[in-house]
Write a protein that binds this ligand. Structure first.
Ligand code: C2E
Ligand code: CA
Ligand code: CA
Length: 754
């Protein structure tokens, strides 16, 4: 009666290696086919492909009917029967709303094939054709259909086969089962999306069982930890633990996770290659299908680099990259903290403001790379001296600040300042066998003695440092209120200086220069004097820096040049027509670049031949911008004026560079001359400078000569000219002609100054 065994045999023959599951599914399909056959018994008889060889002897038709109905109901499948000629479809299914023990109603529908989704239609048709043409023994398709006719697409898995053919063997009828698989299709789809997301996530994802053993990982996990899937699956999570966290901490994390269901934080993990990485870790417990035991999903993010970058940023914000010392912002923070602590404990804090003497000159003449090395060496020297327990910061350029905590008294801070100064008497090593001596000037301020807040303390230490500079550098000064007075005074002076030119308060004095061969006065150095109506005589060491800072030196310089040339013209007219005049030129005048024009104009206006004018420039002035200055100097030299390098020996000129400058004279700084006959080093330096000057064909002048002994030394070493109190102090213009007459009359006794 039933085609079951035959169909089963046919199916089994076609299914080459059916797995257990496939088997079951086939079986289910077959049972259903049988059920449906019962339900549509009247069709059966007509298209039955083969007559039943056996009936089911043990069941009555009624029982059978019930069983099959039950199976149809339980399987949730739908039976279909399609008439290929009339294009009519029969659908039969059990009423799903019926309870298992109640009478099951079988619903039958007849009509056209419900719409099939246009995206699925081609494949379905291809499968159908393939079956009808005998290429595949079974028609199987998964496609969307609008079963209800209201536009809702339902995924349907249909299976069937040809069940009847015409006399020519052409298929006329197809029957089979169909099933709504929308839910599983959706679940599968979601699963596919989920695993795609997991695969493409840049974070490492691992699924762990309740024993914290790996069940699954993604590619990022392998990339981040270095472990391949087969190396971790089944292994405990502990294989990634680093020694950085104690067992207690890790146990706490797990306890937290099982209690709260989630944990996140930062943990150190160890990669397969042994490298430790800092990870942002997120652990979530996911109940398994039974709803009880948990699976854990672990998301790891390697933040080692990010942390490093953050630290670097924090470092950059707080430290000076050149010296690795704290910068201004960290200094303020530490100083504030020190003050808060001192206030609480009735303690004292000292701020030392350190500035390297003439660092700008060093930097300009030796180049910035060397300057940087000096700053690094100086930073290390200060830190070594005060010890690691005190903060040493670099504020800017060559300014360093030390915060001394727990100082008992001002004397204690002074002692440390003195230690720093002494530490700098040893030269700084600045790389490859290079050494350089540089001295610091230090200003000291104290909490609570001088100020209550960091900014004021720093300001006062700065003021004190200026005073140390003014006191001759290479020393320290403790802040006092009178210093502010001095600073104010300085500001007042600066504004008075602005009016000095108009008020005719400036004057030049002249200091004679004597040649050593035949002893005669060869020239005069013009030196500025300021006699202020309000403040009286002010020394050039005080007002020239002010004039340079304010730019007034440009006008003053022009004035001095004209004044000197005019005066010399008068002396020439008075018969001293071989006399020269030397005029000092400051950095700003040279930097302006119009010095040659100014000089040319002045010479023209005063009618003085160029060869009687000498310009004095200090080493540091020339070296400040050698490239540009060399052009300006060449242009001056081209006018015919002489060029002397002043204060030689205090700067850091390179000999190679000096050779390229159009110089005519070299003046040895009085610092070396002063100690001649007392200090062997200064003697050696002086004789070396003289020899070097001669090798460059320069006229060598020693300045600051005060004693016969010095004169004697210089003569023996063939110095060309001397200048100094031994010959004469600087003279008022009016005193010069009488002096010159006297000197002319008794050349040997030129030093007999008035
Ligand atoms: P300087 O160019 O080195 O001038 C020489 C200084 O040494 C002068 O100081 C002079 O009075 C002093 N002096 C001369 N002989 C002796 C001596 O035997 N022993 C000692 N101890 N000192 C001696 P002064 O006039 O106070 O000038 C100081 C500095 O002011 C000058 O140093 C120069 O750099 C600057 N200066 C003076 N006049 C001018 C000027 O017109 N323009 C510019 N730009 N700077 C000037
Ligand atoms: Ca000079
Ligand atoms: Ca000088």
């Amino acid at each position: 009666m039933f085609p079951v065994p035959a169909i089963a045999a046919g199916l089994m023959a076609t299914a080459t290696t059916p797995s257990g599951l496939a088997w079951l599914m086939l079986l289910a399909g077959l049972v259903l086919a049988a059920v449906l056959a019962v339900a549509t018994r009247h069709y059966w008889s007509r298209w039955r492909p083969a007559p039943p060889r056996e009936s089911l002897p043990t069941e009555s038709p009624r029982q059978r009917d019930d069983h099959l109905k039950l199976a149809l109901w339980a399987s949730g499948e739908l039976f279909w029967d399609y008439d290929l000629v009339r294009r009519r479809l029969h659908r039969i299914r059990a009423d799903e709303n019926a309870a298992a023990n109640a009478e099951i109603t079988v619903l039958v529908r007849q009509g056209e094939v419900p719409p099939i989704h246009e995206q699925d239609l081609p494949l379905m048709m291809q499968r159908l054709r393939s079956h009808l043409e005998g290429e595949s023994p079974l028609f199987m398709s998964e496609h969307r259909m609008d079963l209800s006719g209201n536009g809702t697409w339902v995924w349907v898995r249909a299976r069937g086969r040809v069940v009847e053919r015409d006399s020519d063997g052409r298929p006329v009828r197809l029957a089979g089962t169909a099933r709504d698989i929308t839910a599983s299709r959706n679940a599968e789809y979601e699963h596919r999306i989920a695993s795609e997301v997991m695969r493409s996530m840049s974070e490492a994802v691992a699924v762990l069982d309740w024993d914290y053993k790996f069940i699954a990982i993604n590619q990022a996990f392998t990339r981040i930890t270095g472990y391949e899937e087969e190396e971790v699956i089944g292994h405990p999570l502990g294989m990634l633990d680093s020694g950085q966290h104690g067992a207690e901490f890790l146990a706490q994390v797990r306890e937290n996770l099982s209690r709260e269901g989630r944990w996140s934080g930062e943990l150190w993990k160890v990669r397969k290659d042994g490298e430790e990485i800092l990870c942002k870790v997120e652990k979530n417990a996911v109940p398994d299908a039974s709803g009880q035991r948990s699976l854990y999903v672990l998301v790891l993010n390697d933040i080692t680099e990010q942390k490093r970058a953050e630290q670097e940023l924090r470092y950059l914000a707080n430290y000076d990259t050149l010296t690795s010392l704290p910068n201004r912002s960290l200094l303020s923070e530490r100083l504030s903290r020190a003050i808060v602590k001192a206030r609480r404990e009735n303690g004292r804090v000292a701020v030392l403001f350190i500035d390297l003497d003439r660092f700008k000159d060093v930097n300009d003449s030796l180049g910035h790379a060397t300057g940087d090395r000096i700053l690094r060496a100086a930073a290390a020297r200060v830190q070594q001296t005060v010890g690691a327990e005190h903060t040493v910061a670099r504020l800017s350029g060559d300014e360093f600040t030390v915060v001394l905590e727990d100082v008992g008294s001002a004397a204690e801070a002074e002692a440390i300042a003195q230690q720093i100064i002494s530490a700098f008497t040893r030269p700084l090593g600045i790389g490859d066998r290079l050494e350089l001596a540089i001295s610091p000037s230090i200003g000291i301020s104290l909490y609570p003695d001088h100020a209550q807040v960091p900014t004021d303390l720093l300001k006062h230490a700065d003021t004190a440092m200026y005073q140390a500079k003014a006191a001759g550098r290479h020393t320290y000064q403790v802040y006092s209120e009178t210093m502010d007075e001095k600073m104010r005074h300085r500001a007042i002076l600066a504004s008075a200086l602005r009016r000095a030119l108009e008020r005719n308060e400036l004057a030049l004095v002249y200091q004679p220069r004597m040649s050593m061969g035949p002893q005669r006065i060869t020239g005069m150095e013009a030196l500025l004097r300021w006699h202020s109506q309000e403040f009286g005589g002010i020394s050039p060491d005080q007002f020239i820096p002010l004039a340079e800072e304010s730019g007034l030196i440009l006008d003053i310089g022009i004035w001095a040049l004209r004044q000197a040339c005019q005066t010399l013209r008068q002396w020439h007219d008075a018969g001293f027509d071989q006399l020269c005049v030397s005029v000092n030129v400051s950095a700003l005048q040279l930097q302006r670049g119009d010095l040659p024009q100014v000089v040319a104009r002045t010479l023209e206006e005063t009618g003085l031949p160029a060869r009687f004018l000498e310009l004095e420039l200090t080493e540091s002035v020339i070296m400040a911008n050698p490239g540009q200055n060399i052009d300006t100097l060449n242009a001056c030299r081209a006018l015919g004026v002489s060029l002397a390098i002043d204060d030689f020996g205090t700067g850091y000129s390179s000999l190679a560079y000096l050779k390229r400058l159009p110089l005519t004279a070299l003046k040895i700084d009085r610092e070396f001359i002063g100690d001649l006959t007392r200090d062997r080093d200064d003697e050696a330096i002086t004789s070396a400078i003289i020899a070097m000057g001669h090798s460059l064909s320069l006229n060598v002048v020693a300045e600051g000569v005060e004693t016969e002994g010095q004169l004697q030394f210089l003569r023996e070493h063939h110095c060309d000219e001397i200048q100094g109190y031994l010959i004469s102090e600087a003279l008022d213009a009016a005193a010069c002609l009488p002096y010159l007459h006297r000197a002319q009359a008794a050349p040997g006794a030129a030093q007999a100054a008035p």
